[in-house]
Ligand binder design. Structure first.
Ligand code: PMP
Length: 394
């Protein structure tokens, strides 16, 4: 059997229509299929390859770590240089009260840890999240998700969860002294790039302060430079009590984290001790890759580059069939009339070597979230292919 047949026979399928693009190698913003077919990756493996595929500095860090050690011990016991150096570097990107990092392996796990921490610290049970939120696919993270279609087949989920509308000032009144945490994506990704205003975030922060509710910001998709700031919350003049990150954090390796104040994180130490446990969380190779990723974002001044390149997309991607565009930095949703209109456009663009995608809860918009290293020339080329694909449909 060839690889495509093995994929269909032995790899668990979650749809009857997987993309089935075969990739043999990847580098920078490009991926290569059999016979060297070149694809531009405009979705970064869904928000992961922020510094591009196989960034040489990330590869170097991984190789150096391979020569030292792989897994040594379950999380939180041994002093491992990649972990402590990464924790320090992460804290240096953050306001001073976010000074304590718990490493995990993925976004969903980071959300699980953050929810558990909020419950333990506040001794409250209620959690509020937003309609159309995506926080992951494990039971806890799915429970705070905001899409009923994805949730209903798995009930009973966690009790005590309320959904409110992202951006609604009025519904902030749902937050009370009973609320352990309000969890929200700073920018809603899978809803199709929804961006609330600064006033909303200020009001949310104030309400959480008044009620003693912990504000959890999920920046699994929006963090690590994606929006042109290292953290998306920097656009809005607020800071969370718990910050959750993953995806782009590992530069292509699996790692996630939830970050809080040392005193808050201390809730995991007593009654029971070991309040959150992971075997592989903060794997030394992933941690080394993540530290290199932070350095690349800083040293290559990728945040400044995002500002410029995001504007270029705005200038070039203009067509009467495009109904609207929602974006923050290099997180962009390009809205069309319907899924039926968009489907052949995405298919044609892939055929012509440009990979875009939909969103989980929004099927009439095209996802454009390329590696932050994308150049102006590459954007011109990509937009040309997309515009041609739009034209080809009519
Ligand atoms: N939160 C957000 C905002 C996400 O975009 C995702 C992944 N799409 C997750 C959580 C879950 O991350 P993971 O798939 O690594 O568990």
């Amino acid at each position: 059997m060839n690889n495509r047949q093995l994929f269909l026979s032995h790899l668990a399928q979650t749809t009857d229509f997987p993309l089935m693009i075969e990739i043999e190698k990847a580098e920078g913003i490009y991926m290569y299929g059999p016979e060297g077919k070149e694809y531009m990756d405009l979705i970064s493996g869904i928000g992961v390859s922020n510094v591009g595929h196989r960034h040489p500095k990330v590869l170097e860090a991984i190789q150096n770590q391979l020569d030292k050690y792989l897994h040594l011990m379950v999380y939180g016991e041994y002093v491992q240089s990649p972990q402590v150096q990464l924790a320090k570097a992460l804290c240096e990107t953050l306001p001073s009260h976010l000074d304590n990092v718990y490493f995990v392996n993925s976004g969903s796990e980071a959300v699980e840890g953050a929810l558990k921490l909020a419950k333990r610290y506040t001794n409250r049970r209620e959690i509020i999240s937003c309609v159309n939120a995506y926080h992951g696919s494990s039971h806890g993270s799915l429970s705070v998700g905001g899409n009923e279609i994805f949730k209903r087949a798995y009930r009973p989920l966690l009790p005590g969860i309320k959904n409110v509308v992202y951006g609604s000032f009025q519904q902030l009144d749902e937050i009370t002294e009973n609320t352990a945490a309000f969890i929200v994506e700073t920018i809603q990704g899978e809803a199709g790039i929804m961006v609330a205003c600064s006033d909303y975030f200020q009001a949310l922060r104030k309400k959480c302060n008044e009620t003693g509710t912990l504000l959890i910001l999920d920046e699994i998709q929006a963090g690590f430079g994606r929006t042109g700031k290292f953290w998306a919350f920097e656009h809005f003049g607020i800071v969370p009590d718990i910050l959750v990150c993953a995806k782009g954090m590992g530069g292509g390796m699996p790692i996630g984290a939830f970050i809080a104040n040392k005193q808050v994180m201390g809730a995991f130490k007593n009654n029971p001790l070991l309040g959150h446990i992971t075997t592989f969380g903060g794997h030394p190779v992933s941690a080394a890759a993540s530290l290199a990723t932070i350095k690349v974002i800083q040293e290559e001044k990728l945040l400044e580059q995002v500002e410029r390149t995001a504007n270029l997309f705005k200038k070039l991607l203009v067509h009467p069939k495009i109904k609207s565009i929602r974006n923050k930095g290099l997180m962009r949703a390009v809205e069309f009339e319907s899924f039926e209109v968009l489907k052949p456009i995405i298919d044609r663009a892939i055929e012509n070597g440009v990979i875009t995608d939909w969103f989980l809860f929004c099927d009439d918009a095209m996802r454009i979230a390329p590696p932050l290293i994308i150049t102006e020339k590459e954007i011109e080329k990509a937009c040309g292919v997309i515009l041609e694909a739009i034209e080809g449909g009519f």
